[in-house]
Design a protein around this ligand. Structure first.
Ligand code: PLP
Length: 364
C-alpha cells in the first residue's frame, strides 16, 4: 500500500525529545521559544506564536484581530471545517464565498460580490488549499477598498509562496497546523504568524489565559499552549521542511508529467509566480468517474482521499444554522470531482511510476 500521507520522524526528533525529558520541563519552556524562532525564520515572518493546534491558531488570530460576537467573516466552504468553526467560536457569522474552479481557492470576485451586499464584514479568512496560495494581490486590493482584517489559513501551506512572499505573512495574521499529516508536524500543534507586534502580543496572551504577568490577567484568555515535547519535534522538523517541500514539488511535477495525457484527469493548476507546496496533490476526475477511480486505486494498493467530499454549508451543523444548498455551485461541483493522490516526500521514484501506471490502467 502506498499511503496518502506519512509523517517523517527520525533520530533527531528522538534526540530532542530525550533532551526535553532529561530537562524535566515537559510543558511550555525554552524548546517552545526555540521552535517559535525557527518557524518564524523559515517562514520569513517577524513574529510567531506557537499553540496547541491549527484550530486554536485560527481562533487566536480572529480574537487577536478583534473579531467579536455578531461580526461577519467571509471564508470558503471548500476547506476543513476548522476554518469556519473558528469563526463560530468567536460568536461571529461565517459567510461563504465561492471558489475558483481551477485553483480551488476562494474567488476574489465572489468575495467582492458579498462585500458589496453585506454591511460590516469584519474579516476574510482565505485558505491556501492543498498548499496553493490564494490570489493575494486581488484580496489585498479588496482589503484596501473595503477595509477588513485578512487572515490566512495556511494550515496546508507551510513555506508556500505568492510572488516571493511566504504565505502567512501577507495578510494581518497567518495560521498554521502541525497535525500529523501536514507538511511538517508536532503530532498536534499550531502557529500564528504576523508582522504586527500588537497582534503578536495579543495572540501570546490569548493562548495563555490572558496573562500579562505572573498571575496577572486583564482579559479572558485560554490554555492553547504547546508543550516542549511537541516543540522538540517541531525544531527537528524545521531543520528539514525546506528539503521536504522541494521533494513534494518534484514529486508533483513527475505526477503531472505522467498524467498529462489521461483524458479524464485534470492535474493541479499553478498560476504564474505562485509556489504550490502540495500538502495534497489533488486532481479533478471528470466524466463522473471519481468514486469508481478511488475504489480502483484503493483496490490496487494506492492510498487516496477526497478533500473535501462535502462543502461546509451542506454539513448538518451548518444546515441547522440556516445555510442553504446551492450557495456556492463551483465548490459544490468540485466536492464531487476532486481526488487527492500520494505526493509526500517519502515516495520513491518507483512509487510514483506505480501511481501513474495504475491510473493509466483504469478502465472506464
Ligand atoms: C488541518 C487544518 C486546520 C486545523 O488544524 P488542526 O491542527 O487539525 O486543528 C484548519 N484549516 C485547514 C485548512 C486545515 O487543513
Amino acid at each position: 500500500m502506498i499511503p496518502l500521507a506519512k509523517p517523517i520522524l527520525g533520530k533527531r526528533e528522538k534526540q530532542l525529545i530525550n533532551e526535553v525529558i532529561d530537562s524535566g520541563i515537559i510543558a511550555s519552556g525554552k524548546y517552545v521559544e526555540k521552535f517559535e524562532q525557527m518557524f518564524a525564520k523559515v517562514s520569513k515572518a517577524k513574529f510567531s506564536v506557537v499553540c496547541s493546534n491549527g484550530t486554536t491558531a485560527l481562533n487566536t488570530a480572529l480574537l487577536a484581530c478583534g473579531i467579536k460576537p455578531g461580526d461577519k467573516v467571509i471564508t470558503t466552504p471548500f476547506t476543513f471545517i476548522a476554518t469556519s468553526n473558528s469563526i463560530l467560536y468567536c460568536g461571529a457569522k461565517p459567510i461563504f464565498a465561492d471558489i475558483d474552479p481551477k485553483t480551488y481557492d476562494i474567488d476574489p470576485k465572489s468575495v467582492e460580490k458579498i462585500l458589496k451586499k453585506e454591511k460590516n464584514v469584519k474579516a476574510v479568512i482565505c485558505v491556501h488549499l492543498y498548499g496553493l496560495p490564494c490570489d493575494m494581490g486581488e484580496l489585498l486590493k479588496l482589503k484596501k477598498k473595503y477595509k477588513f482584517v485578512l487572515i490566512e489559513d495556511a494550515c496546508q501551506a507551510h513555506l508556500a509562496k505568492y510572488k516571493n512572499k511566504t504565505v502567512g505573512t501577507i495578510g494581518d495574521a497567518g495560521c498554521f497546523s502541525f497535525y500529523a499529516t501536514k507538511n511538517m508536524t508536532t503530532g498536534e500543534g499550531g502557529a500564528v504568524l504576523t508582522n504586527n507586534s500588537k497582534i503578536n502580543d495579543l495572540s501570546r496572551k490569548i493562548i495563555n489565559h490572558g496573562r500579562m504577568a505572573h498571575y496577572g490577567h486583564d482579559m479572558l484568555g485560554y490554555n492553547f499552549r504547546l508543550t516542549n515535547v511537541c516543540a522538540a519535534i517541531g525544531i527537528a522538523q524545521c531543520e528539514q521542511i525546506e528539503k521536504w517541500t522541494k521533494q513534494r514539488i518534484a514529486n508533483a511535477k513527475k505526477l503531472s508529467e505522467g498524467l498529462k495525457d489521461v483524458s479524464f484527469i485534470e492535474t493541479p493548476f499553478v498560476p504564474k509566480g505562485y509556489t504550490h507546496v502540495y500538502h495534497q496533490y489533488t486532481v479533478r476526475v471528470k466524466d463522473g468517474l471519481r468514486d469508481k477511480l478511488m475504489k480502483y486505486l484503493k483496490d490496487n494498493g494506492i492510498g487516496c482521499g477526497i478533500h473535501y467530499p462535502e462543502v461546509l454549508h451542506r454539513q448538518p451543523l451548518y444546515k441547522n444554522l440556516g445555510y442553504k444548498n446551492n450557495l456556492c455551485p463551483v465548490a459544490e461541483q468540485a466536492a464531487k470531482e476532486v481526488l487527492s493522490l500520494p505526493v509526500h516526500p517519502s515516495l520513491t521514484a518507483k512509487d510514483i511510476n506505480t501511481i501513474i501506471k495504475t491510473i493509466k490502467g483504469f478502465k472506464k
